[in-house]
Design a protein around this ligand. Structure first.
Ligand SMILES: NC(=O)c1ccc[n+]([C@@H]2O[C@H](COP(=O)([O-])OP(=O)(O)OC[C@H]3O[C@@H](n4cnc5c(N)ncnc54)[C@H](OP(=O)(O)O)[C@@H]3O)[C@@H](O)[C@H]2O)c1
Length: 323
């Protein structure tokens, strides 16, 4: 009996260590490695950055431009695009930029065609699928926001991927016959909410989970053809993201522990070709570790109800009763 108990405890301890360290070691090792240079890795070519007019996307464009890459910046808000134009125009005279205004919540086919017409002649090596926004709202009952959010965060980004990825592959194959060369990259911005269910964020969670699943599955086939894939999972990041979410005061507290968009982009550049799942920020790492220890059903039963103690979430819950 003692032998069985000790065998069971040893196996459990070994599995626990495997689960924790196989996660933590790559994330920490990457932290100490130098950032990749996109121009050295893919040659001077174009990055397409969706959601490039603000926050994480804007900082990605800043770093890529400094490294000598040309950038297509796609955004929705003209004044944010102009701000980005002012910022990038002073960084590196050897590079070019193209700015495209597009609302990703509209018909994905039409939006994709509008973008493709403008990038037809460009040698595109990097796609950063990053445009998106979040909200706290109830998913029950008719809601127009679900489709808008799915289009913005997921469908239009993937439709663009669908149209542009064959060009990255053609570029790769025609440039070199060596499978060791790196021909291009696809980066996708998911979120910590892909790891843990958040009440009143079903719409947002679904958009980010589908992007993450797409990216992590895509990474297998891209490995064979020299295309790097990184799925970013930031925790709270101090950007305009929170300007669009009103009435949730807990978010102000969350922002106090938020990362800067610059640090998110630094981790992304360190992860290129080294990690597919790139967790950014202490909160994402803690959430990932938490989910390795506490399963969904236990979380849903014992932890998720704590959310309902906050007045904002109580209010959202009551809204559903009054509909
Ligand atoms: N901030 C966070 O705490 C956090 C955490 C996890 C994941 N994320 C994800 O990170 C990504 C970037 O967000 P961010 O934090 O950098 O916020 P941000 O500063 O608000 O940037 C969002 C970007 O997405 C674009 N965008 C939003 N709605 C759009 C639409 N309908 N059509 C076209 N473009 C649209 C915005 O364009 P305009 O500015 O031109 O409107 C902007 O360039 C998002 O996908 C977000 O879900 C953010």
């Amino acid at each position: 009996m003692n032998f069985l108990l000790s065998f069971f405890l040893n196996i459990s301890a070994a599995l626990f260590c495997l689960s924790i360290f196989s996660y933590l070691i790559p994330q920490l090792v990457v932290w100490f490695l130098p950032e990749r240079n996109l121009k050295h890795r893919y040659g001077q070519s174009w990055c397409v950055v969706t959601g490039g007019s603000s926050g994480i996307g804007q900082q990605f464009a800043v770093k890529a431009t400094k490294q000598g890459m040309n950038c297509v910046i796609i955004g929705r808000n003209e004044s944010h695009l102009n701000e980005t134009k002012d910022l990038l125009s002073q960084l590196n005279p050897q590079t070019q930029q193209l700015y495209i205004t597009a609302d990703f919540s509209k018909d994905p086919d039409v939006v994709t065609r509008h973008i493709l017409q403008q990038v037809e002649e460009l040698d595109i090596s990097v796609l950063f699928l990053n445009a998106g926004y979040g909200s706290f709202e109830k998913a029950t009952g008719p809601s127009s926001t679900l489709v808008d959010m799915l289009n913005t965060n997921t469908v239009t980004n993937l439709a663009l991927f669908n149209s542009l990825s064959p060009r990255i592959l053609r570029r790769s194959l025609s440039q070199t016959s060596s499978s060791k060369e790196h021909r291009g990259a696809v980066f996708l911005t998911s979120s910590v909410v892909d790891l843990v269910a958040v009440p009143y964020a079903a719409n947002y969670c679904s958009t980010k989970s589908s992007l993450a699943a797409f990216g992590e599955s895509l990474a297998f086939e891209c490995q064979q053809v020299g295309v790097d894939v990184v799925v970013l999972r930031p925790g709270p990041v101090n950007t305009r993201f929170y300007d669009r979410i009103s009435g949730i005061s807990i978010l102000q507290a969350i922002q106090l522990v938020g990362s800067s968009p610059q640090s998110v982009v630094r981790k992304l550049f360190k992860s290129v070709g080294r990690l597919v799942a790139c967790d950014v920020g202490l909160s994402t790492i803690l959430v990932r570790l938490f989910t390795k220890v506490v399963d969904y059903n236990a979380y849903a039963t014992f932890v998720a109800p704590i959310f309902n103690l906050f007045p904002e979430f109580q209010h959202l819950g009551q809204e559903s009763e009054t509909r």
